[in-house]
Every structure is written in structure tokens, then in C-alpha cells.
Write a protein that binds this ligand. Sequence first.
Ligand code: 2AM
Ligand code: CA
Ligand code: CA
Ligand code: CA
Length: 273
Amino acid sequence: MTIYEFAEQIIYEAGQNIKNKLALELTIETKSNPNDLVTNMDKETEQLLVERINQAYPDHHIIGEEGHGKEVDTLDGVVWIIDPIDGTLNFVHQQQNFAISIGIFKDGEKYAGLVYDVMNDNLYHAIAGEGAYLNDMKLGALADTTLKRSIISLNPNWLTKDWIKDVYTPIVKDARSARSYGSAALDFVFVAAGIVDSYMTLRLHPWDFAGGMIIAEETGAVVSNQMGETLHPLQSNSIIVANQQLHREIVSGYLSRYEKELTELHQGMFSSR
Ligand code: 2AM
Ligand code: CA
Ligand code: CA
Ligand code: CA
């Protein structure tokens, strides 16, 4: 079995385990603020994935949102970057619209991405260089779009914040329409599948984007931070993912005029992972 096949197997197992326990009462704690939640199922799912990987591949490294791999600071060897439940608020409130996300790197190179939309039983997956799939269906190369003809995904919370609203309001105004899904991993694969044309957010951690980035790039999507710079898989960053033309239009036509402010924001927010 390849590492990729093994990853598929354990992501399905972890998803099934979540489904089996949906009716059970959740233990919910808060993290950085009252709306930043973590449940026992986030922790249990990370634990399940980590145990399986450790057992099969004791020399692999694992970074997970719920505490694993804080010491991992290089991409040497094989590195798994895991978000056990992406969209925890959706999981708690809706029992749907959440995903398990896995990104795998081999000796510093992208190797594979898997994002499992658990309740719809949709697995988005890609081996770098071999194209992206939704279940058995190969996803086509993204067509270019203009903002005027694009649906973009953006959390409306950003439009309530001081000067940040000035950055995004013109983009939302000029787009055909905007949506918000509440799971960064799903937003990435929705771009890959052509469901939305762009996803933008100001703050993601490696586990939020590792899997989705590899899948989206396999469809020709461009992934960068909001200054148009390449992401480092081990560093938190802002994000814009879009088809090639739309990425260029939004970065150079809308975001670049706020480059100074965005750069200062990044320096304040991303001093650590
Ligand atoms: P999470 O559900 O795994 O925490 C919600 O808008 C999206 O942003 C989710 O993908 C969520 O991931 C992510 N996110 C990143 N940092 C967050 C934070 N501090 N609070 C809430 N959501 C966060
Ligand atoms: Ca979280
Ligand atoms: Ca997440
Ligand atoms: Ca999470």
C-alpha cells in the first residue's frame, strides 16, 4: 500500500468514526476566544489519525491542530499536516459542512492532499503532479474568469473590521456574488471543483490549508498570500486562491493598493505558527 492509499484508508475510517458518534453528546471547550471552539471529537479524530500513522510509519512527522507536532519545524522526511475537523463551528451547530484535511510533504516537496467532506461522503484528493479528483471523478483544469463573472468565498466577519472592510468591500461589490462556507479546507476544494472562483481569508494555519492547497493547485488554481507571495507550508499566512486570471485581477487590481497595511498586519499576526 502506498502512503497515499493509506491516507485514504485512515481518512475514511476517521470520518466513519465521527458519523458513528454524531448522536453522542459533545464536550465543547473554548480556545483563543468564545467563538473558537474545540470538541472531544476534534481531539479524538486527531488522536485516531496520529495513532494509525505512528503505527504504520514510525519515522513520519505529524503536525495537527489539536496539539501534535509543535516541535516539527522542517519538512525533512515525510510530514503529515492534519486538521481533524475543519469547520468546528459548523460541526457543532450544523453537524455538517465540516471536513477532515490532510496534506503530506516528502522531503520538502508537496506529495498529496486529501479533504474529506464527511457528511456528503465526498473525498477530494490529489497526488502532486497527477491531477485532482472528487471521489473517482477527475476535476478539470480551471477556466479563467473575471471578477465580474465570479462567485467568491469570503467570511463576512472581515467586512465588519475597521480598515479591513475597505480592502474587501470593493471586491465583493464588483464580484457577481459572494458566499461563505465556514471551512477553509472545503473552500479550497470548492475552488478546485469550480463551485466558487476564489477564496480569500486573512489568517490560516498550516493545517487549514495544507491539504486543500495541494488539491487546488492540481486544477491550475493559484495559491498565495494576499500580497501575492508563495506560502510556506509550515507558516500561518493570509490566503487567496483563485483561477489564474482572477488571482491576478484581485491581487493587482484590489489588494496591491493596501500592500503597506497588509504587510503590517502580517508582521503583527504571524510572528509564530
Ligand atoms: P477550524 O474550524 O479548524 O478551527 C472558519 O472561518 C475557518 O477558519 C475554519 O476553516 C476554521 O478552522 C478556520 N480558522 C482558523 N483560525 C481560526 C480561529 N482562530 N477561530 C476560528 N476559526 C479559525
Ligand atoms: Ca480550530
Ligand atoms: Ca481548520
Ligand atoms: Ca480544526
